[in-house]
Design a protein around this ligand. Structure first.
Ligand code: NAP
Length: 274
């Protein structure tokens, strides 16, 4: 197991690197800070190079770790795959946190196809391409941990988020398959499902129609999600649902789907549509 002996200060572990996609903001940035504080070298991937460089400088100075900013748009799946392959060459990759993602709000019947396609390219093609880039490395090492960032609404879909939920639910199926494919090489595959988290995600997401009102639900900090990611990697968990609210939401959705439909239908504000 790759992470188990870190606290013993074994030199071998000082060379371990963690790749984080979507590291320039929110959950990815908080996760980068947490792994750096534990002494891991980092590869930080996102589109905004200036933000990545700023974070890399901060973390290298604070924790004396190597941070490599990697500018890539995961919508261009093949290029992202190649760039990751290039930068991880020769490194011992302890973990890959596949986190880059965007949102899209609105009734599916009202969404523009270009917005749907952008979401699919980012959340699904991008996640699969980044995973594809690291799995051969994990196999060669016979070790490694892959964590895919889904969502509680990847476990129980929410109306007016249909395409987003489809991409996140797809990650669970994908993880279940590759978990077994990677078992002979002792590679861990886990999924982390954050509930609502206080990041710029909602300001950055695409709105097909205006959202009438935001549901007043408990919100976690990105640092809480980062700790869940670390927990998933360290304990090789197959799934971590973040927060009690997230757990309850998933539990009711799975075990009582009609009740869940009823509650969501009554409580999720319906946008005005023609
Ligand atoms: N916030 C929530 O309530 C919540 C809840 C459940 C799940 N999640 C999931 O958690 C993950 C992180 O979300 P967040 O809340 O931290 O959002 P965020 O603050 O908006 O951060 C998203 C990150 O993804 C990167 N990204 C977006 N599109 C990209 C692209 N095409 N190529 C490369 N990087 C890209 C962004 O960087 P650049 O713009 O610099 O590229 C940014 O670093 C997402 O997968 C999201 O679906 C969030």
């Amino acid at each position: 197991m790759v992470f188990s002996d870190r606290s013993q200060g074994n030199m071998k572990y000082n060379r371990q690197t963690v790749l984080i996609t979507g590291a320039s903001e929110g959950i990815g940035r908080a996760t980068a800070r947490l792994f750096a504080a534990q002494g891991y070298h980092l590869i930080l991937l996102a589109r905004n190079l200036a933000r990545l460089e700023e974070l890399a400088a901060e973390l290298s100075a604070q924790h004396a770790v190597d941070c490599t900013p990697l500018q890539a748009d995961v919508q261009d799946a093949e290029e992202a795959w190649q760039r990751i392959g290039h930068v991880i060459e020769g490194k011992f990759l302890a973990a890959a946190i596949i986190n880059a993602g965007v949102g899209l709000y609105g009734p599916f019947a009202e969404t523009k196809w270009e917005d749907t396609a952008r979401l699919l390219r980012t959340n699904l093609d991008g996640a699969l391409a980044c995973t594809r880039a690291v799995l051969p490395v994990f196999r060669r090492q016979r070790a490694g941990s892959l964590v895919l960032i889904s969502s509680t609404i990847g476990k129980r879909a929410l109306p007016y988020n249909a395409v987003y939920c489809a991409t996140k639910q797809a990650l669970h199926g994908f993880a279940d398959a590759i978990r077994l494919e990677m078992k002979p090489w002792d590679v861990h595959v886990g999924v982390v499902c954050p509930a609502r988290t206080a990041t710029a995600f909602f300001e950055r997401m695409t709105y097909a129609v205006p959202q009438k009102s935001r549901r007043n639900i408990p919100t976690d900090s990105p640092e809480t999600v980062a700790r869940a990611v670390m927990h998933c990697v360290r304990l090789r968990r197959r799934e971590v649902v973040v927060s009690m609210v997230g757990k309850l939401f998933s539990f009711v959705g799975y075990h009582f789907p009609r009740l869940s439909d009823y509650l969501l239908y009554r409580n999720v504000p319906r946008p005005e549509t023609p």
